[in-house]
Design a protein around this ligand. Sequence first.
Ligand code: WTA
Length: 645
Amino acid sequence: MESKSIDTVLKETRSFAPSPSFAQQANLSAADYERLWKDAQAEPVRFWEHAAKNIDWFEPWTKALSWEEPFAKWFLGGKTNAAYNCLDRHVANGRKDKTAILWEGEEGEVRKLSYGQLLDRVSQLANGMQKDLGLKAGDTVAVYMPMIPEAVVTMLACARVGVTHSVIFAGFSSSAIHDRVLDADCKAVFTADYGKRRGKKLELQPIVEEGLKGVDCVQHVVVFRNEKNSPLGSRGVEWQALVDKQSTKHEAVSLDAEHPLYFLYTSGTTGKPKGIVHSTGGYMVSVTQTAKWVFDLKEDDIYWCTADIGWVTGHSYVVYGILSNGATALLYEGAPNYPDWGRFWSIIDKHKVSILYTAPTAIRAFMRAGESIPRKYKLDSLRLLGTVGEPINPEAWIWYHNEIGHGKCPIVDTWWQTETGAIMITPLPGVTATKPGSATRPFPGIVADIVDENGKSCAPNEGGYLVIRHPWPSMVRNIHKNPDRFKDQYWSRFPGLYFAGDGAHKDENGYFWIKGRVDDVINVSGHRLGTMEIESALVSHPAVAEAAVVGRPDELKGQAITAFVIPKESADLSNLAALSKELSQHVVSEIGALARPEEIKFTRTLPKTRSGKIMRRLLKDLAAGKQASGDTTTLENPDLVQLIQ
Ligand code: WTA
């Protein structure tokens, strides 16, 4: 009989208890945690009511939650402003001269903006938006900008006025701009003449011009100019000129808690991108509380999240959650390997970064380049490390822990999604004992579970579907203009539960282990295998830097496993057939014969999305000997794989 759940095959037994010295200074104490967590599971709304005190309200809310599945409203009647919470209240409370944004460019240029300066700049742009551009609360604009402080200024100015922003990653094509601007009915687009990457100029304004052909809703294109005479285009206004002439006095608009702060389009694997709608009040409550505890933010921390502002991680944990806590956020405009793979470590030493939040895909790239590179740096300012975006393979976790954290920094492996707005499953540093590859436990107030095909809770170690049982403040409110798709996408699979699309299991300690997207599950002779565990077994071999496994049709077994493997720089590739056999055997000894890859293809690249996720859908086509099908416009690297012959 075919088993319906997802098998749990990899056993990771290493565990890292919090160090007493970290625990002693942590924002959340271990003594308080257990009780707080249990209470929050039983009464999540009460937990979030309490968390709502972390932000300032212009008018108090009267009811915490109204829930008409799948539509939630949080903090009803409350009025607030996200930019006010990120700026004004800190300037008023002694952080006027504290650095809010610490920016480094690719050539090593540095710019610092204090909270006072950032508030002035944001106020000026807010005035410009209202007075010169005629924008008002309820309008929508697109932001297509590089990782420069002005991108953050633009987002916060929108938030200040109540203009909903739709940030489009500044590497997407003109057609991506076209579709997103039309879908959101944008009145203006904020861009720059160009961004900088690997010593080259990345043109932006010309791409916007192209994308706006035949688009009537856009009245203004506001261009940040790196060069005085860069073209502005027919609807163009210079960003600096618009801002410079305005007063620095501006009163943040009082907005309803449910006012849409932003739309963020996620490119699904097929079909039209979905405009994920986020709120103001609930969103700010969630990101502020999670950032405070997960990153343990302190007054003198230098916090660096390497995500681009074009992704949700950039929204929640470069901008809103970090600035609302009054912390210092580092921004780097450039590539991680420019001029070489030591760039991140040199930035950390130079600016004394204390908290680093990055993606497993980056960690695996650093591993591949070899540990001799980070060993050239001190890295002694670091006290906390985080990851997000994909499951982290235990070997990559251990590498990060040893080579970057020097064995003394807790690692927070944070599971969440564009749709969840804030971190959902995560260790709390100083509190949670961590296990490499596990995101550990749900954040207090998040009621997560693993269910089987029929929506019944799974037993410990039984693989199933990751769901959320109770609404949370930063949850996606809708898909813009498409409530039917919203219901269908997230709420139809299991009635009453939010289904995230990921497979997972819980171990006997209640720790969550994410197995990857359920669409990628491989079915070998009736055993349903998640991609993460097989890939982790491969990555635990000393010759392997990165691996992606997919199923290809097999007459006998239903599916057979094809593995795409990127070898480490140090690996001996003189006999690929022998290495291939050795890797297959390694998987068999780590997991068992059913997970044996039938075929191993050695490659130098894997197809990835712009945010670094492996696109297994394309590999599946290649493994089956087909042409890659479906949407490939969000691909980072145009060559799908470069096989090593
Ligand atoms: C995956 C990024 C395992 C997962 C914030 C999720 C993870 C998707 C983790 C959302 C993690 C993210 N462990 N898997 N710590 N973090 N994912 O919308 O499949 O870009 O559903 O949001 O990334 O990706 P998104």
